[in-house]
Design a protein around this ligand. Structure first.
Ligand code: SF4
Length: 385
């Protein structure tokens, strides 16, 4: 269901945004899921996460972004620079949390070529964050608040912030509920549907999103669910999910695996564990800083690495059998961590590990299918299936 109407919902939202802009509302487009949406929403701005579902924009992106940079950067940049770009025509201000330096580069390029104001938030990279890093990030969020106040020409009130925090808390709780319902086979959706829902939660108006989730639960909860066919439980780790590597999600299910979790910034990692506990700027900064980090952050003591610890916990919690660690070509933050992640996870639990380094061409699919099939079959064999 979600996949079927995903593009209609995006189109409807785009039309809605266009008419809201005519009435004077401003749109803030953000890159990276560590952007504190609550702030923008509380100031009556429209926050939307920038994502692209059409890989054909990548070639245009290479005109401005070095060819040997991640496809995500090229896709986004290419889309902004295309004549028909919804983002270019409707985003008033660009923002992003600079965790991966590629996001920094993208924002620089977009700012130079689109001439849009750009608000870059510096995110401390050393993990786990100490007190001074929290202070630094709090001052960044404080600065963002002032900039957004200027943009919206309103002052942030405690009441508005409280309402926004509660609303986004509800959105995240709904996503967790959908995820758990999928795991417990109470909802007839695929993991790809779930990833699409996560994207919609960052693009639709939060109230519209909550209504849509109600419909999904109603429809997918009542349709018949094939129980327990896929015994091999898989976790997807690594780079962001783009149109190119999304195919991995289909292939796992086609080959008889069940995706039980992911730690990509398109899925669980974009909302899991983000909990704003008080109505204040420092509480917002704390929630985003202490969320599960991206591979671009650095931790000198692997035992304290929150990304690895999250993976370990989730592998144990759901008794996951195999990890598919997929990296997009030139996504260095995740590519450089393949061996480290594999070694760490294997010390904790004997889990099968399949590294996949994606080329963006579709000619890869047959080769990928063979590898994923063999991976799932070998786990199934060990499980006695
Ligand atoms: S983490 Fe990887 S995919 Fe994401 S922006 Fe950085 S290089 Fe690109």
């Amino acid at each position: 269901m979600v996949e079927k109407i995903f593009f209609d919902l995006i189109k409807q939202r785009e039309d809605e945004i266009k008419s809201l802009r005519k009435k004077g509302r401003k749109v803030i487009g953000y890159l990276c899921s560590r952007f504190p949406v609550e702030l923008a929403y509380a100031l009556d701005l429209i926050p939307i996460r920038v994502f692209v579902t059409d890989s054909s924009y990548e070639s245009l992106g290479t005109v401005f972004i070095w060819e040997r940079m991640c496809p995500y950067a090229k896709l986004i940049t290419g889309n902004f620079l295309a004549e028909d770009s919804f983002y270019s025509q409707n985003i008033d201000v660009l923002s992003g949390t600079v965790i991966c330096q590629v996001v920094h580069r993208m924002l620089d390029v977009l700012s130079a070529y689109t001439k849009k104001p750009t608000l870059m938030l510096i995110y401390p990279l050393l993990r786990p964050p100490e007190k001074d890093q929290l202070e630094l990030f709090t001052s960044e969020v404080q600065w963002l608040k002032k900039e957004l106040e200027k943009l919206s020409q309103t002052h942030l009130t405690e009441q508005k912030l409280k309402e926004a925090i509660e609303l986004y808390d509800k959105v995240r709780k709904e996503l967790i509920d959908v995820y758990e319902s999928y795991l417990e086979e109470r909802l007839n959706i695929t993991y790809k549907d779930f990833i699409k829902l996560v994207l919609l939660s960052q693009f639709l108006d939060p109230f519209e999103f909550l209504n849509f989730v109600k419909e999904v639960k109603k429809e997918a909860g009542s349709s018949s669910i094939k129980k327990g066919d896929n015994k091999v439980k898989i976790l997807i780790s690594g780079s962001i999910i783009l149109p190119e590597n999304e195919v991995i999600l289909d292939l796992v299910e086609k080959c008889g695996g069940k995706i039980v979790a992911d730690d990509t910034c398109s899925g669980l990692r974009s909302f899991y564990g983000i909990e704003v506990k008080e109505v204040s700027i420092s509480a917002i900064a704390k929630a985003y800083l202490h969320a599960i980090p991206c591979g671009a952050t650095q931790c000198l003591d692997l035992g304290k690495d929150e990304r690895l610890n999250f993976l370990t916990d989730i592998i144990k919690k759901y008794d996951i059998h195999g990890v598919i660690y997929q990296t997009l070509r030139y996504c260095d933050p995740f590519s450089f961590k393949v061996n480290e992640t594999q070694k760490f996870l294997q010390k904790v639990k004997s889990v099968a590990f399949l590294p996949i380094h994606m080329d963006v061409s579709s000619s890869e699919i047959q080769r990928l299918q063979t590898r994923i099939e063999a991976f799932i079959e070998s786990i199934s064999f060990k499980l006695g299936g």
